[in-house]
Design a protein around this ligand. Structure first.
Ligand code: PEP
Ligand code: MN
Length: 272
């Protein structure tokens, strides 16, 4: 049966070949596996520099870290803002890593694009259409996270907003969806990986950290994501997870776990 789709540019019908996003000498999509690692939030120059060195030494290609944090409560730590962008850009440059950071509002897109190599749209903003439209006009790749209650159709339509604005470099990120289960923070929808690759030509990245919310599940769900065909991973890692400034320490790997996981991945799939 032919299903009519409301999105076009994101569809594989429209663009049969895999999209490959080239950033410096890193390729995202088209068969290679990219690993993005780092803390939930940028906390200080020392913290991000130390973690960048560990991501690089483990074989990661991209440093992740939030300077603007979308917190459930208004009294929680909200991120250190533009200063954090500067700290992360310096750490990335020093250690030879690309950087990815979350942008929450259209007004901050330009400054985030100035300092980071990849712009992340968080799950809570997947249907922030003004933000998506603005990201369509920038010359930086975007990692779009799936809304925690979004269908594949809604997710691909959100990607369509960015593509339709003229930015062809969009990655889709499965980061877990809300289900009846509360043992895990979210339910990582592994099916999303092959489904999205079937429906779309865009690279698909898995986030086993937010997808589970539990450190001990990050390793098996990373490997499961690779087995399911993910084009890349975004994984939280912290040198002192118990004292991290967001609640995401509980899902952050210790540096030695991160390094061991990447060694195992080399056996499953060649890293970029
Ligand atoms: C994050 O990457 O730290 C984050 C807030 O992710 P999400 O939008 O998936 O919750
Ligand atoms: Mn986080």
């Amino acid at each position: 049966i032919k299903i009519s789709k409301s999105y076009k540019l994101a569809s594989r019908d429209f663009h049969p070949e895999d999209t490959v996003i080239n950033i410096g000498d890193v390729k995202i999509g088209g068969g290679e596996l990219v690993v993005m690692g780092g803390p939930c939030a940028v906390e200080s120059p020392q913290q991000i520099d130390e973690i960048a060195a560990l991501v690089k030494a483990a074989g990661g290609q991209v440093l992740r870290g939030g300077a603007f944090k979308p917190r459930t409560g208004p009294y929680s730590f909200q991120g250190i803002g533009v200063e954090g962008l500067v700290m992360m850009a310096e750490a990335g440059k020093k250690h030879g890593l690309l950087t990815i950071t979350e942008v929450m509002t259209p007004e901050y897109v330009d400054v985030c694009a100035e300092y980071a190599d990849i712009l992340q749209v968080g799950t809570r903003n997947m249907q922030n259409f003004d933000l998506l439209r603005k990201l369509g006009t920038v010359n930086k790749p975007v990692l779009l996270k799936r809304g925690f209650s979004a269908t594949y159709d809604e997710f691909l339509n959100a990607a369509e907003y960015i593509l339709a604005g003229g930015n062809p470099n969009v990655m889709l990120c499965e980061r877990g969806i809300r289900t009846f289960e509360t043992y895990t923070r979210n339910t990582l929808d592994l099916s999303a990986i092959p489904v999205l690759q079937n429906l779309s030509h865009l690279p698909v990245i898995s986030d086993p950290s937010h997808g589970t919310g539990r450190r001990e599940l990050v390793e098996p769900m990373t490997k499961a994501s690779v087995a399911a065909g993910a084009d890349g991973l975004i994984i939280e890692m912290h040198t002192d997870p118990d004292n991290s400034m967001t609640g995401d320490g509980v899902q952050s790997l210790f540096p030695d776990q991160f390094a061991a996981l990447l060694r195992d991945l080399e056996k499953l799939a060649p890293l970029v």
